[in-house]
Design a protein around this ligand. Sequence first.
Ligand code: DC
Length: 225
Amino acid sequence: MIIAIDGPSGAGKSTLGKMLAKELGLLYLDTGAMYRAVGLAVFESGKDFYDAETVARIARQSKIELIGEPDSLQVKLDGRDVSNEIRTNEVGQMASIVSAVPEVRVILVEHQRSLGRNSELGAVLDGRDIGTIVFPNADIKFFLTANPEARARRRYEEDKLRGRVTTYEETLAEINVRDERDVSRADSPLAIAEDAIVIDTSELNLTEVYETMLAIVREVPGETA
Ligand code: DC
């Protein structure tokens, strides 16, 4: 079974994706983490983020691995654990820039498809283009969304817990910049698949969203988990 979860940043995709994967015994793939790892690799190389050819070469040469259970997923870049490093808003912006390079997308989409297909019971993938491009035949497609203020509030609370010095206003501005870039890029922009189930999480708590999603999954024929 393949479950696609798409949506803008801060809508709750990764938390809910992990919860569903754990409950259903599926592989969890955080595709944003892969774009973040490429962003970090470009940053560390000191090269220009807007030099598409160089960025694509770095993506091709980087070994990106997602290892472990949903709760303790480790992201490795060329064998080095970068799980924490990639979580900053700065790396989020870098990921958003490199993700607009078509060749980077080809490389990572192929990687995501092969990981998803090779997983025995299936996978939950979260990202921006899972239901539209990576797995257009996914068994279930969710599109999680929330208004920018609600998403910024959540991100701000997460950042505070991680010890990042920031303000709500800064977080909201960053979310708006990233959203704009992600919906307006030419290649695979953030879009709602025709057959996606859209859930607006602005006014819902985590448990409410989780239970709604799980109930939908359990209605899929053949799903016994
Ligand atoms: O989900 P995230 O915030 O970790 O994603 C980081 C960036 O990567 C996001 O701004 C857009 C990009 N991305 C993408 O283009 N396609 C995906 N499937 C996942 C993420």
